[in-house]
Design a protein around this ligand. Sequence first.
Ligand code: ADP
Ligand code: MG
Length: 335
Amino acid sequence: MKIKDIGEFGLIERIHTKAGRSSYPVVIGIGDDASVLDVGPRNQVVTTTDMLVEGVHFLRESTDPFDLGFKSHAVNLSDIAAMGASPAQSFLSFGLPAEMDVETIDTFMDGFLMAGEGVPLSGGDTVASPDKWVISVTVIGLAPSGRVLRRDAAAPGESIWLCGPVGDSAAGLSILLDQTSTVNDQDARFLIQRHNRPLPQVRMGRILLEAGISSCAIDVSDGLLQDLGHICKRSQLGAELDLERIPLSGPIKELAAANVVDPYTWALKGGEDYSLLFTVKPDNEKKLLTVLEREEIEAVPIGRTVPGKGIVVLKNGSPIETGPDGGFDHFRKRP
Ligand code: ADP
Ligand code: MG
């Protein structure tokens, strides 16, 4: 059997089965945005790691090393945000072709450090790579014991909230790949920036945890439908999304109209926005609204969890066909 036959998630499941369930002091192992380790009565240690490979995640000729550094750190910080934890330290490892310019790494580092201001770079590894640039980042965070936001902690009857954009990154990528043409330089720059420098919702995650507003969150890295699907699967429930409540930026609407495409396809299935998706019990909604206003953070309700399974997207109250969730799988080619 080939890896492409089972896909990225099939392979992870296989690895997980082989490794077995994690046991104490590991409280959350494989399967959430980050792992959680018990280290004492006060705090838990939250760890996430992500890898970027030249030719898969970025093209060296067309990627600004500053943006690459920024994004490689931001995507890890986003997984820490999805647990409601506070980032405490980062590790950075490189596989590097020897003929690369040192200045490229200098610029990469400027972006990396900007994305994680205040998070000390505490180690890593540097090795030669025959051909392609490989980047691996690990971020370790801390969270008060027993309170991390988990993918498996939602219950039916909670509202589903989104903090941050969806679709903009995929729309920006479509411009970079010349799949769409733009009418307006400012809109193009905005969408490309959303793709190149995603902003992890660390403050929102931490507030949700500290105020006890939510116990379930995920960051939208693979697409809204796919990532909400992870919450549904792990929490053993279904969800309804109200299409008209999903926020679209001005530039994504402009780009979609100019190219006669449906912006909601980007919003539902496009990846790499690194927004935060979380669920809230009815009793906590008022508290959430108060906190959002006080902290000047924008988040919007876009649907609800329901008993059963699967996600139904409603347009003005009627279910619509959305096709396959379209999320990214490293080894599977999707239609
Ligand atoms: P995310 O998109 O939040 O980074 P992924 O979809 O990459 O999460 O991974 C899903 C889960 O599988 C995570 O808990 C991750 O740590 C775990 N995982 C991925 N690859 C491996 C691997 N090679 N070995 C062990 N666990 C893995
Ligand atoms: Mg994640």
